[in-house]
Ligand binder design. Sequence first.
Ligand code: ADP
Length: 458
Amino acid sequence: MKKLSIKFILTTFTIMIGSALFAFMLSNFYYQQKLKQENDEKFAEMAINLARSLEEERMDWASYLEGIAEMGYQLYVHGEDGRRYFFGDPFRNDDLPQETVDYVLQGEIYHGIRKFPHETFVTGFFANELTNTVGVSFTVANNKYALFLRPNIQLIFREMRILLAVLLSLIIVFSIFSVFLSARFLVQPITKLTDATQEIAKGNFSLRLEIDRQDEIGKLATHFTKMAKQLKKLDRLKNELIANISHDIQTPLANMRGYAELIRKETLSREERKQYAGIITEEVGRLSNLTKQLILLTSLDRPKEFIEKKNFSLSEQMKRVIRNHQWLMEEKGMMVSYVVPDVEIFADESLLQNVWENLLGNAIKYSHENGSIHLLLKEEKKSVFVFIEDQGIGIPPDALPKVFDRFYRVDPSRTRTVEGTGLGLAITKEIVQLHGGKIEIESKEGKGTKVIISLPKL
Ligand code: ADP
């Protein structure tokens, strides 16, 4: 985490330095392109006026120029006789070619500020050089002089220097402080998230992230908490599933073991032995049914695109399932009526077969002797509807929302003799949803149950 905050601080400082350099270069460009010319003109005009005053007033030009220098200028005077005079702060570089002096002495105006060379990292504005001046000539007492002038930037800035230095230091200190603070603000929730990830890796899903922010990190924290809750739920479901499966495997195994031990007893009659062997066979059947359903359930976790759809006759399939259950219904003395017109559907045939087997199986299992079942297949433009209705024991209202849960069975005491795993409706719902369809159950306790399924035809 430390690395991230260091990266952030370094990036911010790089941006600050980079922006300062860029701003300097831009203002230098502005100076070169515009200000230089304007400054040159302004100071040339001032020098001309100054020269005129010196000539007209007939005063002591040296003390006059002394006064001008104090007002914030650097001046240089080169006499015809070769004598040199400096007023104000000294020039850092006071080389000036003789031709320039001669040129001014001839009455021409020297535009040194305008002609000062263009350099990227040096602003001519601050260049304290004699060549960076404007020059004019003046004549006093028949002596001709060349006068060179430039503003004394240092003098102008001197008064503001302390103020500027304080301001700049404050800006720098404040920026450094803010950058460190914002780095902490930025990195802290990430540290919390990292800790939380480690907690989840350890299997502790009951964590609370105290990150109350509206930005992306806040969103990340919210999603993270959601994910942790989901993981917790999945973990609970997994444990429940394992407990249920273990229980459902354990019971038939214990029965089988018990009866197998009994069979080994020599005192047992032939009849008893046959009966116990029958029970063992039944239990094996139960186990095999349970594993088949479990395998089917896990196979349903595959993505939608992996189901093998094809066109087939839904009515033929339903009639086949009814025929296969005929003997069961006859055993219970039950009646079945159905209306199944010819309907084609594009779906996974073997998965849908499971749906009808589960639903018809339930209708038979949870019906009284001599009860009746009614099946109806209805076709609409884009979907098909299947209704399976029985007049059996029904489902109590409080159990109705739970019947699609894995391993849920309504109070087993009322159906003690009825075989089941509690997986049938869970499987059925998943298959219907995989096909983009819907399943609903209407039921009245003691009166009967109606299952309604809708499936898209394509
Ligand atoms: P099971 O293997 O127990 O039949 P299901 O998932 O198919 O499991 O059904 C869950 C529970 O819903 C059943 O145990 C039963 O109590 C109830 N149930 C399902 N279908 C019917 C029905 N047609 N009539 C009454 N109860 C039903």
